[in-house]
Design a protein around this ligand. Structure first.
Ligand code: MG
Ligand code: MG
Length: 263
C-alpha cells in the first residue's frame, strides 16, 4: 500500500532528511586516505546522536541478510555497489566510496547516499559519479504528478545506459515514510508511461546504482551483505528522498555543501 503524506508530514520528513544530509556531508569531509570505514561510521553516529535521531540501518535485518546490520552507514568501496559493512579497512589513494545513510526522527525516516573519491581521483571514476548524479537528477525531475513510476525508472535508466554503464538487476528505490522501506518500488530502469501513477504526497527514495564495466550482474560477498560487481569494475550509488508535491519534486535529504554540520 502506498501512503500519501500530508504537507505537515513532508515538512517533518524534511527535518529528518536534513539530518541525513548533514551526516553525509560530515562523512565526506572526514573521508581521506588512511581513514577507516569504522571511523566514518562513528562520524555519522555522532551527527545522528546530536540530532536525537535513530538509525534505521543499525540492527536492520531484511530477509536476505544473515545478520543484523551493525552500523549506521553502508560504506561500499570500489567494486562494492551497495550494502558494504563499515570495517577497519583504511581508505587508499584513488578509492571510490559510496556511503548510504538513514535516520529516523520524530517517527519519520530519511534515506540518502553519495559517491565520492578519496585522494587523487581516476578520471573514469569522476565520470561514473557525475553520470550517477545526472541519473538521479533526471529521476527527480520525473517525480511529478501525472507521471508514473515507469517515467522515473526510464529517466534514471536512460542516463546510465547512454553512458554505457550497467545497472544491477533487482535493486532500486522505494517509498519512504514512517519506515525506511515502503511501497512502491522504484526501479532504476523501466518503460515510460507504465506503473503506478504518481500523486502529490508520495515520498520516494530514488537511487541509481551504476556499474562502470557495463554489465548488470553482481554477487554477494561472504559477509552476506555487500554486493560486488561481477566484472570487478567500480560502482557508484547516489540517492535522495524526494516528495512529489503540487510545487513539483521536493528533495528532502538536501546536504550542506561544506563546513561543519549546522547547529
Ligand atoms: Mg539508502
Ligand atoms: Mg534507499
Amino acid at each position: 500500500m502506498v501512503e500519501l503524506k500530508t504537507n505537515t508530514s513532508i515538512d517533518a520528513m524534511h527535518t529528518t532528511g536534513k539530518v541525513v544530509g548533514r551526516a553525509l556531508t560530515a562523512v565526506r569531509e572526514a573521508a581521506a586516505v588512511g581513514v577507516s570505514l569504522l571511523e566514518l561510521d562513528e562520524v555519522a553516529r555522532g551527527v545522528l546522536r546530536d540530532a536525537g535521531a535513530s538509525s534505521p540501518f543499525l540492527g536492520y535485518r531484511p530477509s536476505f541478510a544473515p545478520t543484523r546490520f551493525p552500523a549506521v552507514l553502508c560504506a561500499s568501496v570500489n567494486d562494492a555497489i551497495v550494502h558494504g559493512i563499515p570495517d577497519r579497512y583504511r581508505l587508499r589513494d584513488g578509492d571510490l566510496v559510496s556511503v548510504d545513510c538513514g535516520a529516523v526522527l520524530d517517527g519519520w525516516a530519511g534515506d540518502s547516499a553519495i559517491s565520492f573519491t578519496v585522494g587523487r581521483p581516476r578520471p573514469a571514476d569522476l565520470r561514473l559519479i557525475a553520470t550517477a548524479e545526472r541519473a538521479l537528477a533526471a529521476g527527480i525531475a520525473a517525480a511529478v504528478t501525472g507521471n508514473r513510476i515507469g517515467d522515473i525508472a526510464h529517466a534514471v535508466g536512460s542516463v546510465c545506459r547512454a553512458a554505457g554503464y550497467g545497472i544491477p538487476e533487482g535493486f532500486g528505490g522505494h517509498g519512504v515514510g514512517r519506515r525506511m522501506h515502503e511501497d512502491p518500488g522504484v526501479p532504476n530502469e523501466g518503460r515510460p508511461g507504465r506503473g503506478l501513477p504518481l500523486r502529490n504526497g508520495m515520498v520516494l527514495a530514488i537511487e541509481p546504482m551504476l556499474i562502470a564495466g557495463g554489465t548488470d550482474t553482481y554477487y554477494t560477498a561472504p559477509d552476506g551483505w555487500t554486493l560486488r560487481t561481477h566484472d570487478g569494475s567500480r560502482a557508484a550509488h547516489v540517492e535522495h528522498t524526494v516528495a512529489v508535491t503540487e510545487q513539483g519534486p521536493r528533495i528532502l535529504t538536501e546536504r550542506p555543501e561544506s563546513g561543519p554540520p549546522a547547529p
